[in-house]
Design a binder for this molecule. Structure first.
Ligand SMILES: Cc1ncc(COP(=O)(O)O)c(C=O)c1O
Length: 510
């Protein structure tokens, strides 16, 4: 098409007019006003201003500068990054991974067994995985290696007592990329809405912002240990529908981030019932399924299969219910988040929709293959009687107990802090206490141009080097203030730093 403009008959579009005839020379194509506005809109507080500032402190200390800082180490309690905070990798996983990366080690079995504590099942597992993927340097099937998906299906069957189909399992680069694939397909227009718990892990609000879709918030009940209230969910849904929003899915994070709550089967069933009645896709984020300190984990998949078999399904309302359940190698006792591995299982979806999801993931080629192999080891760890089992069990138990003990220590400290109240830790890797600040503190926050929670967290970082995240980053009920901290950092010395800071802060603004 020929260009028109001042000399032609049709006017040029404004952006082109500016490009061609602007008097200021352009130095770049992109500026903050012409990039995708949805990227600008997306917020992700767990790696926001506080995290950046804490990285600067860390760099300063590493260079031997910062002698004037009131702390000598930075504690990244802002993010669930277990191995960054000294959680040791599980030996079996890494021994197998070392062979996967360097298959020549298969010829050194005797030496490795004698000198480095490798056991025979490490070599067997590496051989099996290499047979499936050929090389961790090769692309796999878009959906993930078939043998690994079979292993995931077997795990789900052992866990839930119901069979799973490897064809319905999609391996992914962490749960995040699964969420991205699902949301990219679910969000069809700016009218699309997804019910998201508040507070929530900001992956969900950020992904919806990127998709230019609506986050429809439903509030979790802090008073009853951050439980999911289905009536509140229904109200939120109806309100959104009245505003013309096409609500298509509901997200549940169980165990919760940032809340640390763990849902009982009745709560899971009532969410599934609502989803079935309202024809919503249920997205069950179950990445913390092994971080459970109270009761037992129950999956949404089991809940759905139980309901499908029950009296409640006499009219068949659960038969075609769409459920996507996500899991990850990032959390739990595995903590291999840098390897980017995870999976999601989809049940009840229309095959034509599944084909589009398949196409979407194939555009990304495949998830990291070493990450896929770690998924396999997570779902199929050494079993009793196998040579690597005793060490695996010992490492797993040690990590589990030390996480639980640290959660308890932190919870105890919060209980003793003035103006702080916290639900007891039931699961995941976080505590999310409420903090009540004095009028004077809130005034100081306003003067600094910050919310009360942000101001508190910034002051904590500046005074102690401990980085936590203000509740506003996850969403919180109007008029309440919270912060989220992980309990992954080793030792308890840093808990003492928080208690001391808190007392001084409260005294300063009394
Ligand atoms: C609830 C929840 N879902 C998903 C993720 C993302 O995990 P992954 O590393 O598997 O992408 C996280 C990470 O913190 C999370 O807390």
């Amino acid at each position: 098409m020929p260009l028109s403009g001042p000399s032609g008959s049709l006017p040029l579009p404004a952006f082109l007019e500016k490009r061609l005839f602007s008097s200021t020379p352009r130095t770049r194509s992109l500026n903050i006003n012409n990039i995708n506005p949805h990227v600008k809109e997306a917020k992700y507080a767990v790696r926001g201003e506080l995290a950046i500032k804490s990285e600067q402190y860390k760099a300063q200390l590493a260079k031997g500068e910062g002698k004037d800082l009131p702390f000598d180490s930075v504690v990244a309690a802002n993010i669930g990054n277990p191995q960054q905070l000294d959680q040791k990798p599980i030996t079996f996983f890494r021994q197998v991974a070392s062979i996967l990366e360097n298959p020549a080690l298969l010829d050194a079995q005797e030496v490795l067994e004698k000198s480095s504590g490798y056991k025979s099942d490490v070599f067997e597992r590496a051989r099996t995985l290499l047979k499936d993927v050929k090389s961790v340097g090769a692309y796999s099937q878009s959906q993930g290696a078939p043998g690994i998906r079979q292993s995931v299906a077997d795990f789900i069957e052992r866990r839930d007592g119901y069979s799973a189909d490897p064809q319905s399992i999609y391996l992914s680069a962490g749960a995040s990329s699964g969420v991205n694939a699902l949301m990219s397909v679910i969000c069809a227009s700016p009218q699309t809405g997804v019910l998201v718990p508040i507070p929530q892990y900001p992956l969900y609000t950020a992904t919806l912002a990127l998709q230019n879709a609506h986050c429809v918030p439903y509030y979790l009940h802090e008073e009853s240990n951050w439980s999911t209230n289905v009536d509140g969910m229904r109200d939120a849904l109806k309100k959104a529908q009245k505003q013309g929003i096409d609500v298509r899915a509901v997200v549940v994070i169980n165990p919760g981030n940032p809340t640390g709550a763990s849902l009982k089967s009745e709560a899971i069933n009532s969410v599934l019932e609502l989803a079935a009645e309202e024809k919503l896709v249920c997205i069950a984020d179950e990445v913390y399924q092994t971080n459970i300190f109270e009761g037992e984990f129950q999956s949404f998949k089991k809940g759905l299969r139980d309901l499908q078999k029950s009296e409640k399904n006499k009219d068949g309302k659960f038969d075609n219910m769409e459920l996507a359940s996500l899991h990850s190698i990032s959390k739990g006792m595995v903590g291999e988040c840098g390897h980017r591995g995870g999976y999601y299982e989809m049940v009840g979806f229309d095959p034509e929709v599944v084909a589009q999801i398949y196409k979407f993931v194939s555009i990304m080629l495949c998830p990291p293959v070493l990450g896929q192999c770690i998924v396999e080891m997570m779902v199929n760890p050494p079993r009793e009687g196998e040579p690597s089992y005793p060490l695996y069990r010992q490492e797993y138990e040690h990590i589990f107990h030390s996480l639980r003990d640290r959660a308890q220590a932190l919870y105890k400290a919060f209980q003793e802090m003035e103006g702080v109240s916290c639900q007891s830790p039931a699961g995941s890797m976080y505590l999310f206490p409420t903090i009540t600040l004095s009028r004077k503190a809130l005034e100081a926050a306003r003067e600094a141009g910050k919310g009360g929670d942000e101001f508190y967290c910034l002051r904590l970082l500046d005074a102690t080097g401990i980085c936590i995240v203000p509740g506003s980053g996850f969403g919180q009920k109007e008029g309440t203030l919270h912060f989220r901290t992980t309990f992954l950092a080793p030792g308890t010395e840093w808990v003492g730093r928080i208690t001391k800071f808190h007392k001084e802060f409260m005294d300063e603004y009394r």
